[in-house]
Write a protein that binds this ligand. Structure first.
Ligand code: ATP
Length: 333
């Protein structure tokens, strides 16, 4: 593993790690810098991410490259209608001991046992299997047979959904969507980036990607992120944005009339924590209003339940969040 020189200041250490990571990702991934940065933030905050994007925009390649550059084990599971909970958690089998002729129980761990799990097309599998994954995400452990097993740490689930194709899918219930720290839109590349993808096939360079951090360094950074201070006025702004999504608040024009159910306090926690990680990633030891604003879409877009009027007027969560950011005031203490 090639190591990143480690300055003693945590903010400087994290920005140095970011630079090294960017250089490794660039070997394989063209563009998609914002996606990569949000994935790193989720990892630093011990969160999981929902990736919205059509097939072929590099979600799998990005996840595999990120895992390699962080020296983490990567698994990918295609979620299909016939996938059972045991197919992802693991199963118990009986094996005959040839010496004694007795049977013994063997635990076969499923693909959940990885540091980075790509749950491809999570909404193609029935609720029972979705629930098994979401429970593992929440508890960091799974029960196989009679035994409970701890999942590796760090543990990052990247669940993908195709935003266009909804037929034959099982939409995740709101309560389960809320468990995802971020919802990240993975867009088509621009023309220049696509040309580079088409001509240079950078995806083949995965074997040249070096690890620039490892699980231990990540754990240390996760702890540092938690400890970043946040000024009360910036924290209040984060909470005001979240609470303004609730219809009963009724205060922001163009927002609450389109929302059936707003974001929970878990969103406030996520916004504050993500703000801390972004500040540190940018070499600052304090959270800015700009950190909160930059992260509001990824924290909120999957947590707003839109009503009939929103569908009728073809307004979406991102348009609503843009209005929220335009109207909720930043009040300095
Ligand atoms: N931004 C990108 N940089 C480099 N290669 C890319 C990029 N986007 C797509 N590709 C190329 O397209 C191929 C398909 O990408 P990938 O499998 O990661 O897409 P996906 O979004 O996970 O879709 P699917 O779920 O269908 O696999 C990759 O192997 C790679 O060659």
């Amino acid at each position: 593993m090639s190591t990143v020189s480690t300055p003693s200041d945590p903010a400087a250490r994290l920005s140095a790690a970011r630079e090294a990571l960017r250089n490794e990702l660039k070997k394989c991934i063209v563009g998609q810098e914002d996606t990569a940065e949000l994935l790193l933030l989720a990892l630093l905050c011990r969160g999981h991410a929902l990736l919205l994007g059509v097939p072929g925009v590099g979600k799998t390649l990005m996840s595999a490259t990120l895992a390699k550059a962080l020296h983490l084990e990567f698994h990918r599971v295609q979620f299909t209608p016939d996938l059972m909970p045991g197919d992802i958690t693991g199963t118990e089998v009986l094996e005959e001991d040839p010496a004694t002729g007795r049977y013994r129980r063997l635990v076969m761990q499923g693909p959940l046992f990885a540091n980075v799990l790509l749950a491809d097309e999570i909404n193609r599998t029935p609720p029972k299997t979705q629930a098994a994954l979401l429970q593992a995400m929440q508890e960091g452990e799974v029960t196989i047979g009679r035994e409970t097993h701890k999942l590796p740490s760090p543990f990052l689930v990247l669940a993908t959904q195709n935003p266009i194709e909804m037929e034959g899918t099982y939409p995740l219930p709101e309560a389960q969507l809320d468990r995802f720290f971020f919802c990240i839109r993975v867009e088509y590349p621009n023309l220049e980036d696509e040309l580079s993808i088409a001509l240079n096939a950078p995806g083949n360079a995965l074997s040249t990607v070096n690890a620039v951090l490892d699980a231990e360094a990540l754990h240390a950074l996760q702890k540092t992120v938690q400890a970043v201070p946040i000024a009360t006025d910036v924290g209040r702004y984060a909470v005001s944005l979240v609470s303004a999504t609730r219809p009963q608040s009724g205060s922001v024009a163009g927002v609450t009339e389109f929302i059936e159910c707003g974001a929970s306090p878990r969103a406030s926690q996520a916004l504050v924590l993500a703000g801390k990680a972004r500040a540190l990633l940018n070499g600052r030891a304090h959270v800015d209003f700009a950190d909160i604003r930059a992260l509001a879409p990824a924290v909120l877009r999957h947590r707003l339940v839109l009503n009939f009027r929103a569908r009728a007027e073809k307004t979406d969560a991102d348009a609503i969040i843009a209005r929220l950011l335009a109207h909720v005031p930043q009040e300095k203490a």
